[in-house]
Design a binder for this molecule. Sequence first.
Ligand code: HEC
Length: 234
Amino acid sequence: MFTFADVNRQSAKAPNALSGKDDLRIAATRSADSLYGGFAVWRFIKKISPLPCLALALALAGCDQEMRDQPRHEPLEASSFFEDGRASRAQVPGTVPRGHLHADGHLHAGKVAGRPVETLPFAVERSDLERGRERYQIFCAPCHDAVGTGNGMVVQRGFRSPESFHTPRLREQPVGYLFEVITQGMGAMPSYADLIPPQDRWRIVAFLRALQLSRHAPAADLPEEDRRRLEDVE
Ligand code: HEC
């Protein structure tokens, strides 16, 4: 490849044969040639006509189809394929989607024979209460606050204030009622059926009961030692 030094040397040696400008042009052409020389594919593409080129590009684009881009209908989209013009099909009468049978009314609705149940559908262990507290703090405390008095951060920022869980009315509600409120929502409170599986909703209910008890435990339920300390204070 020619360099400026070569150009200068040549033009100094034979000033009449070639001007410095000509040498520069030669140098530039040679270096461009060597650059393109590597692009054998480019030369090939330059030779073939644009039409097969386009076909090749389209074919390669087809290879790139991802699963998420495949032809499909979005939920509730219109479709000319079915007679009723809807892509989503109605449930076949008399059938239940897998996982939606919910035959156990106690577990899934908190109701038996149309009445809110008074008992939890499974025996509650300490681990259930701990899970209930954790779920409560995630899903409920933002509005109902950590101890259930209804003054969570969302309420402090202007959301409707719910009743405290420690009022006589809410303490007397059967557990099935509390479960139903979480499942269906109530007034300004949304339903949590889609976010919290039924077992966890019951664990939250168990924790609500523990919260209520924490403020209304009868002194007689305390261990002997704690009761004596309480009497000393009084
Ligand atoms: C976005 C705020 C918000 C969240 C989160 C929320 N609630 Fe509520 N909740 C309310 C409001 C507001 C009410 C009062 C309903 C009304 O008057 O519109 C209420 C009412 C209640 C009631 C009382 C129903 C009655 O009879 O007065 C219970 C029980 C309850 N919520 C439980 C829960 C539990 C358990 C969770 C968590 C799974 C939860 N809430 C999450 C806002 C919320």
